[in-house]
Ligand binder design. Structure first.
Ligand code: HEC
Length: 468
């Protein structure tokens, strides 16, 4: 444990990242998809022969671009910074690895990001003030810059799931930067990128339904019909391609991690669906519902399509996006960086050393009695719990250890921890939990701590009743 621990009671710090990330993904992927939508819609409008329709479309696009600027420029940006805070506090080891490996990746990302922010501000503020052709060009500059932000971040996100053999071969040697491109264009890079492009274009259509649903259908039925129908078309390509892309993506994920998914499919009858499988089903069902709602409520009846319909499509998309990101996280377990770093920051190559020297020995953040680590077995156990388990478990809230260990006495807890420590090749826990690293003494300290939490000692008799 090289960094202090960020304690978020009940929820667990992982969910702080999760909640910010889902919000951020909904907006930042709109920033990319909407970046394509705006100039394409503007070009379509400019080419219209009917001058009334052309003027109405352009007026509506001014509105939409204002909404777009505020949502992506303010909420997208702030939530992006929020993710940096959250991952830095929750996964400092992994964040440090990502920063060190992709210094120039991040630098490029921020350059494109600055171009994005500048051009969208120019785009919005120069409607009807500069030559329409030039205005359209500004829109395209924005679109290209925003696609590049996706091209770059996708390399880093997919790297975390599948760093690839070339990078793993040099990981930890100090020569990782020499494998920048191999790490960047890792095995899941292309399916990951195409999947996200699909999500981006769908979100462009879905958010555009929000603004176009507010057009008064009685006053401007022709405008509403054409805009709503055109926006729905943005959803379609990805729903056709997504199933194939998902299969390709899963095919590139190492077998060991895919086992999490097949575990659920094999056991459907037995009722022990793994979380990944359940989530995958939710994605399929919500996506199908989105297509149904978009087709029947929006495409077939555009004039009556209203804001609450549009919001329900957006909420379904939120569920699908959230589930997708959650599944990606689950698929990565027990690693935060595939085959290199476990979710609790322990490096795979350090396991033996930590088993011999003790988990807390090199920890700067546990106060010490004499020598290393805190003095009492209980508080050492608590420090080990925080360092090794709390990235995925809380004591009494999300994935609660008090609940999961309920019913086991001290010996039972001890046996479980020894099993997690030995991490035998056939251990079922290998699929989703890292090994418990440390000496026998460390295992014993953690047993003490967990046992006190799960089976608290009976309270002493109050003094007052003794007097009666
Ligand atoms: C990478 C994330 C991760 C880490 C780190 C982790 N676990 Fe788990 N653990 C899980 C998941 C996922 C489950 C399955 C939860 C479920 O079934 O709801 C689980 C299940 C468990 C269970 C229930 C096992 C059973 O057979 O029912 C126990 C007990 C447990 N973990 C203890 C621990 C302890 C102790 C640590 C720290 C040494 C730890 N875990 C670290 C992810 C993790």
């Amino acid at each position: 444990m090289n960094y202090p621990f960020w304690d978020i009671p009940h929820l667990g710090s992982g969910w702080v990242i999760g909640l910010i990330a889902i919000f951020h993904v909904m907006i930042s992927q709109f920033a990319v998809g909407g970046g394509l939508y705006l100039p394409m819609a503007e070009r379509k409008a400019q080419r219209m022969t009917d001058p009334v329709m052309r003027a109405e479309w352009l007026k509506q696009l001014v509105n939409h671009s204002k909404f777009f600027l505020l949502l992506t420029g303010v909420f997208g940006t702030v939530s992006g910074v929020g993710i940096w805070f959250a991952i830095g506090l929750t996964h400092p080891e992994a964040t440090s690895t990502l920063i060190h490996n992709f210094v120039f990746g991040w630098a490029m990302e921020w350059v494109f990001f600055l171009v994005e922010l500048t051009t969208i501000a120019v785009y919005y503020s120069t409607w009807n003030r500069i030559d329409p052709k030039l205005h359209l060009k500004v829109g395209w500059v924005y679109a290209v810059a925003s696609v590049f932000t996706l091209i770059i971040i996708n390399g880093i996100l997919t790297f975390m799931l599948t760093p690839g053999d070339a990078w793993l071969a040099v990981a930890g040697t100090g020569r990782e930067a020499g494998k920048f491109w191999e790490a960047f264009f890792n095995p899941t890079y292309w399916p990951g990128l195409l999947l996200r492009v699909g999500v981006c274009t769908s979100l462009a259509g879905i958010w555009a339904l929000i603004t176009s649903s507010r057009i008064d259908g009685d006053k401007q039925p022709a405008l509403k019909t054409s805009l709503v129908q055109w926006s729905v078309k943005w959803l379609m390509p990805s729903f056709v391609a997504t199933p194939l892309l998902l299969l390709w993506y899963l095919f590139m994920v190492p077998q060991s991690q895919r086992a999490l998914l097949t575990l659920g499919i094999d056991t459907i009858g037995a009722g022990t669906f793994s979380a990944v499988t359940r989530i995958a089903l939710i994605i399929v069902i919500t996506s199908a519902t989105i297509v149904g709602v978009a087709y029947y409520l929006a495409y077939r009846n555009p004039v009556e399509f209203n804001l609450s319909h549009a919001v329900s499509v957006l909420l379904l998309a939120l569920i699908a996006t959230g589930s997708g990101e959650y599944a990606r996280e689950m698929l990565r377990k027990p690693y935060v960086i595939g085959n290199w770093m476990y979710s609790n920051g322990v490096r795979v190559t350090y396991v033996d050393r930590l088993n011999q020297q003790g988990y807390l020995t090199h920890s700067l953040w546990t106060w010490n009695g004499a020598g290393n680590g805190p003095a009492s077995s209980y508080s050492r156990g608590e420090a080990i719990f925080r360092g090794e388990c709390a990235s995925c478990h809380t004591m009494g809230g999300y994935r609660s250890l008090r609940l999961l260990l309920d019913g086991r006495d001290r010996a039972g807890i001890g046996n479980f921890l020894v099993m997690l420590h030995d991490y035998k090749p056939d251990s079922p826990y290998r699929r989703f939990m890292p090994p418990l690293v440390g000496t026998r003494q460390d295992v014993d300290d953690l047993t003490n701590y967990l046992n006190t939490q799960v089976n608290p000692p009976a309270p002493k008799k109050p003094l007052l009743t003794a007097q009666k």
